[in-house]
Write a protein that binds this ligand. Structure first.
Ligand SMILES: NC(=O)C1=CN([C@@H]2O[C@H](COP(=O)(O)OP(=O)(O)OC[C@H]3O[C@@H](n4cnc5c(N)ncnc54)[C@H](OP(=O)(O)O)[C@@H]3O)[C@@H](O)[C@H]2O)C=CC1
Ligand SMILES: O=C(O)C1=N[C@H](C(=O)O)C[C@H](O)C1
Length: 263
C-alpha cells in the first residue's frame, strides 16, 4: 500500500486552516503531519515552520500574500515540500518571489479552489471574447465577510484577468478599482471592480456584461469553507511528484488554460 501523503497546514489557527484540518479527516491517503502559524506561535500543538516543512510532502497555505511568499522561499531553499497556496492579497514583489520559488519546487496557487469558480473563469473569458468591448461594459462585483483583509478579492482579480484575456488586453491597462466622487463617464473597454464587506458572507462573485439594451450576469456563490478546503486537498494530491513549476486550478482540473478555451 502507498504511503499516505503528509500534509502540513500553514495558518492552521485561521478559518481556512481549520477547515482544511477538518476536511483532512475524511480524505483517505492524506494525513495531517504538522500545523503551524506565525513565527513563535506554539500554542495548541503548533510547531515551528522548519519542523513542519521537514515533516511534510505538501504544505497548504491560507495565510496572507506576504507570509505565503516567505513560505514559498523557505520551501524552495530546502528543495521542498511542494506548496499549495490559497492565500490572496499579493503585492507584485511577493508574486515575483513565488514565481522564483516555483523554479525549484512545484507550486499550485489559486485564489479560489472551487470547481464552479474554475468553470466560471472559462465562461467569462468566452463571453468577453464574444461581446464587443465598444458595446458591452464589464463590471466585477464581489462580497465577503467583514474579516477579509484584501480587496478586491483574489477571485475577483482572477475573473478580471479572465475577462481581459478574452478581450486580448492586459488587465492592468483597463482595470478600474472602484469609483468615488466625480468619476466621469465610463470609458469603453474598462473592467471595473466593486467590493462589499459585511457579516459572514463566505464569498460571492458576479461578472456583469452590460450593454445598452440588455445585461448578462455570470455569478458564483460559495456556501461553506469546506468546499474550498476539499479543492485545496485535491490540489495537494495532484501536486505530489510534479516537476517544479507554477500551476493553477485549471491545471489541477485538466481544464484548458484561460483564454485558450473553445469560444
Ligand atoms: N483560495 C481559496 O479558495 C480561498 C482563499 N482564502 C484566502 O485564504 C487566506 C486566509 O483566509 P482566512 O482563513 O479566512 O483568514 P484568517 O485570518 O482566519 O486566517 C489567516 C491565518 O494566517 C495566519 N497568519 C497571518 N499572518 C501570518 C504570518 N505572517 N505568518 C504565519 N501565519 C500568519 C493567521 O494567524 P493568527 O491566527 O495568529 O492571526 C491566521 O491563523 C486569505 O488570503 C483568503 O483570501 C480564503 C478562502 C478560500
Ligand atoms: O477571504 C476569503 O474568505 C476568501 N478569499 C478568496 C478570495 O480572495 O477570492 C476566495 C473566497 O472568495 C473566500
Amino acid at each position: 500500500m502507498a504511503s499516505p501523503i503528509r500534509i502540513a497546514v500553514a495558518g492552521a489557527r485561521g478559518h481556512m486552516g481549520r477547515a482544511v484540518i477538518e476536511a483532512l479527516a475524511d480524505e483517505p491517503g492524506l494525513v495531517l503531519a504538522a500545523r503551524f502559524g506565525r513565527p513563535g506561535d506554539e500554542r495548541d500543538g503548533l510547531v515551528d515552520r522548519a519542523a513542519a516543512l521537514a515533516a511534510a510532502d505538501v504544505v497548504l497555505d491560507f495565510t496572507t500574500g506576504a507570509a505565503s511568499a516567505a513560505l514559498a522561499q523557505a520551501c524552495a531553499a530546502r528543495g521542498g515540500p511542494a506548496l499549495v497556496i490559497g492565500a490572496t492579497g499579493f503585492e507584485p514583489p511577493e508574486l515575483a518571489a513565488v514565481a522564483e520559488a516555483a523554479r525549484r519546487i512545484p507550486i499550485v496557487r489559486a485564489g479560489n479552489f472551487s470547481l464552479g469558480l474554475a468553470m466560471l473563469l472559462g465562461l467569462v473569458a468566452q463571453a468577453a471574447r464574444a461581446l464587443p468591448a465598444e458595446a458591452w461594459d464589464i463590471e466585477i462585483l464581489e462580497a465577503h465577510h467583514r474579516r477579509k483583509l484584501d480587496a478586491p478579492s483574489g477571485t475577483a482579480l482572477m475573473l478580471g484577468e479572465a475577462a481581459a484575456a478574452g478581450r486580448g488586453v492586459a488587465l492592468a491597462a483597463v482595470e478600474r478599482r472602484g469609483r468615488d466622487g466625480l468619476a466621469g463617464p465610463r470609458p469603453p473597454g474598462e473592467i471595473g471592480f466593486a467590493v462589499l464587506r459585511g457579516g459572514g458572507i463566505v464569498g460571492e462573485h458576479s461578472v456583469v456584461f452590460a450593454a445598452e439594451s440588455e445585461t448578462l450576469t455570470l455569478s458564483h456563490a460559495a456556501h461553506d469553507r469546506g468546499m474550498f478546503a476539499r479543492g485545496a486537498l485535491a490540489a495537494a494530491r495532484w501536486i505530489v511528484g510534479r516537476a517544479p513549476g507554477a500551476y493553477d486550478m485549471q491545471d489541477v482540473l485538466g481544464f484548458m488554460p484561460i483564454g485558450q478555451e473553445n469560444g
